[in-house]
Design a protein around this ligand. Structure first.
Ligand SMILES: Cc1cc2nc3c(=O)[nH]c(=O)nc-3n(C[C@H](O)[C@H](O)[C@H](O)COP(=O)(O)OP(=O)(O)OC[C@H]3O[C@@H](n4cnc5c(N)ncnc54)[C@H](O)[C@@H]3O)c2cc1C
Length: 445
């Protein structure tokens, strides 16, 4: 038994933790009595990959095939996105979709159906999966794709590990000329301006905004919009970039050596940080060529940044509300958050495109993600925010969640009931795959 948690360090549990190198080993582990859940790299924030028996997938991490003409890659599910980038960026290929950290596994990317800054153009990670193999509770292996065993495929993409253990997946990488991004940053002085900015950014491949949730009144929603495109060789300015266009820049790695005391994150220190960050970007529009790590993964440059929130841990409240409800809904929810004074150290705003998947989080609308240190007050606030999100027809992201109740899940995920039935059927009466989250929100008993 050992102590284990996901990225938010809340909850922390004692669990029996086992890895596997081969499908035979995995099969033998599934034959043991008791419920289990797959654990990729623990970058979900709450309890989605926690259970008293955990199957670590990281050792199951081989590249199986690559077609250099089409970019089609097949790899085992324990491979990290960072490992794919290390091998394939120098050869001129990039991921079709990437979240704000590259330290997640392919299995975790499929099970949470992760989204990136290009959701409005390219959809979610699961929409790029051409086929995959999944081990079920009885040790049998199902090959599935959008056309083969499609129902099983649909409950596995975004299914949070409850249909089985994803073994491998095939998807297509995107051709790139350089390891750089042509970035444009635009300072927006309030919510209206940032939403106008997003709505005028449809033709950009990547767009995201950092939003200062502590700003109030006329400045409510003041933000920095970042838009980007993969740079071509002719876009590169510096001699060093031109000499090695596909060489990724290795940034300075910083670390957070200890858990921060809880008082370090009081509203004053957060306000000072947010103010400094906002003022770092001058008013107007600025263009720059930056390496892909700085554009996509600024947080990965700080090891263990999650420890900054102290021993009590933290959670991320990420919701989406439909585009029609966006302006009014976002204004009301943001106002409530700023009024609460609980603030958020980091808040990310993004406009999603259409998505019609069975269990995935994205829908055409605005999504906001905010970090909160765990406290009784924050938990009370989340209840209020939940009611607002549900009233506007929105929902919460399971990959970030550690506290939503079953009623909220039922109300906001239209296929919740069908998903529950599908998982019960796959388990044939006896649950094998379950997480603390799936029990809390009533998917498994
Ligand atoms: C700094 C940071 C930024 C992030 N930014 C984004 C973002 O921009 N967009 C976004 O969508 N997400 C984002 N995330 C969330 C993260 O991408 C997801 O939570 C992802 O699922 C984590 O993958 P993991 O490999 O760490 O899996 P874990 O967190 O260990 O597990 C996540 C889920 O996947 C299941 N799972 C893992 N492997 C398998 C497998 N082989 N078979 C079956 N099920 C499996 C687990 O059971 C669990 O339900 C961010 C997280 C962090 C820490």
């Amino acid at each position: 038994m050992r102590k284990i948690s996901d990225w938010g360090n809340y909850p922390v549990i004692e669990a029996e933790v086992n890895g596997f190198d081969t499908t035979e080993q995995l099969k033998r582990q599934l034959e043991q009595p008791g419920e289990v859940i797959a654990f990729g790299n623990g970058r979900s924030y709450g309890d989605a990959s926690l259970q008293h028996k955990i199957l670590l997938t990281r050792r199951f991490s081989k590249f199986l095939s690559f077609d250099a003409t089409t970019g089609e890659l097949c790899c085992q599910a324990g491979v990290l996105l960072a490992e794919i980038l290390d091998v394939f960026v120098p050869r001129g290929w990039f991921l079709p979709v990437t979240p704000g950290t590259k330290l997640i596994t392919v299995g975790g990317a499929i099970a949470a159906d992760v989204h990136g800054k290009n959701h409005h153009v390219d959809g979610s990670f699961g929409q790029h999966i051409q086929s995959m193999e999944v081990m079920r509770n009885d040790g049998s292996v199902v090959t599935c794709s959008p056309t083969e065993n499609a129902e099983f495929f649909n409950v596995t993409v975004g299914g949070m590990g409850l249909s089985g253990i994803i073994l491998n997946a095939t998807f297509r990488l995107r051709k790139i000329e350089t390891a750089y991004i042509k970035e444009e940053t635009v300072r927006a002085s309030n919510l209206e301006e940032i939403m106008d900015g997003f709505e005028a950014s449809d033709n950009w491949t990547y767009s995201v905004a950092w939003i200062d949730c502590l700003a109030k009144g006329d400045s409510l929603g003041r933000s920095i919009l970042m838009r980007g495109e993969h740079a071509s060789e002719t876009d590169l300015i510096e001699q060093a970039q031109r000499a090695k266009p596909l060489a990724a820049k290795k940034g300075l790695k910083l670390g957070v050596p200890i858990d921060f005391p809880n008082f370090a994150l009081n509203p004053l220190s957060m306000k000072a940080f947010n103010c400094a960050y906002y003022n770092k970007t001058r008013p107007g529009t600025h263009t720059n060529v930056v390496d892909y790590n700085s554009f996509f993964y600024p947080l990965d440059a700080v090891d263990n940044w999650n420890r900054i929130y102290g021993k009590r841990g933290f959670t991320q409240y990420q919701f989406v509300i439909p585009k029609e409800a966006g302006r009014e809904g976002m204004r009301k929810i943001l106002t409530r958050i700023t009024e609460s004074g609980l603030g958020s150290f980091l808040a990310v705003l993004k406009l999603f495109g259409e998505q019609d998947s069975f269990m995935s989080f994205p829908m055409a609308g605005y999504t906001l993600a905010l970090d909160f240190p765990i406290s009784v007050k924050a938990m009370e606030l989340f209840k209020e925010l939940d009611a607002m999100v549900a009233d506007y027809g929105g929902r919460l992201y399971l990959a970030k969640d550690s506290r939503m109740d079953a009623a909220m899940f039922e109300k906001t995920y239209p296929n919740a009931d069908e998903f529950r039935q599908a998982i019960a059927m796959l388990n044939e009466g006896e649950t094998k795959f379950a997480s603390l989250q799936s029990k809390r929100i009533g998917i498994t008993g």
